[in-house]
Write a protein that binds this ligand. Structure first.
Ligand code: 1GP
Length: 239
């Protein structure tokens, strides 16, 4: 995957548990029309492991790249184009900083995926989210911009390729714009922003503050007609 500091991209997150086959086909058709840049596939917790099947269906029906966004090592599969290899650097859970990566390393090497090493930073967003509970880590308080900035900077200094600012799926409040803006001023690597983005206005605010890739999942699960206007809001920055 190519990042450019001058362009804004949209990543559409698909939780395989939350979509039917016909729903996914509809999302694919709409996404092609709206020029979605990337699909992410994964979840904090899956009741049935249909990641591989979901990716197969996407690959058969369009050429939009598909990257894994795995909640755990069980969600790694070979048929994706790449993976966001997340290290949860806002937390102090060694398993999610390095432990699970060691376990996944041989299968990742064999799968030959495009690996984007990413510092995953959870930001407090109004209520406890699945990712907070499942990761057994505490998010950075939303008013502690300095902690978030130093965490992102440490991730960049460690050589990570990107930073993901995560409010959590279905978050009450997205990551604050001031926090995104301060991090943007401090680091050079691309910034993903996701969690609780529901409207074109939310997406515009994240882009203006400095997000390179805006990630949206829940809003599209609830209302597929939002795909077009949210994509437009993000891509207008590229004109
Ligand atoms: C979750 O950041 C993503 O990991 C997307 O969040 O589902 O709230 O859009 P939403």
């Amino acid at each position: 995957m190519k990042f450019s500091s001058n362009t804004k991209q949209i990543a559409l997150l698909i939780d395989p548990d939350k979509i039917t086959e016909s729903g996914l086909l509809e999302v694919i058709t709409t996404s092609v029309g709206a020029q979605v840049d990337l699909f992410l596939v994964g979840s904090s917790l899956l009741m049935r492991n249909s990641v591989e099947r979901t990716i197969d269906l996407i690959k058969k029906n369009c050429s939009i790249p598909v990257y894994l966004f795995p909640g755990n090592v069980l969600q790694i599969c070979k048929n994706a184009d790449g993976i966001l290899l997340l290290s949860l650097i806002s937390g102090r859970n060694p398993e999610l900083l390095i432990g699970q990566h060691v376990i996944a390393a041989p299968s990742l090497k064999e799968a030959n995926l495009d690996i984007i090493s990413t510092g995953y930073i959870l930001i407090e967003s109004g209520k406890q989210t699945s990712v907070e509970y499942m990761s057994n880590t505490r998010p950075i308080p939303s008013n502690k911009t300095d902690i978030a900035v130093c965490t992102a900077l440490a991730g960049e200094q460690l050589g990570l390729q990107s930073i993901y600012l995560e409010a959590g799926s279905g978050a009450c409040n997205p990551v604050p714009e001031e926090m995104i803006a301060e991090i943007r001023k401090t680091i050079k690597i691309p910034i993903w922003v996701g969690g609780g983005i529901r409207t074109p206005e939310d997406a515009t605010k994240a882009c203006k503050a400095g997000a390179n890739i805006v990630v949206v999942g829940t809003a599209f699960e609830n209302n597929k007609s939002l795909i077009n206007p949210i994509c437009k809001a993000i891509h207008q920055f590229n004109r």
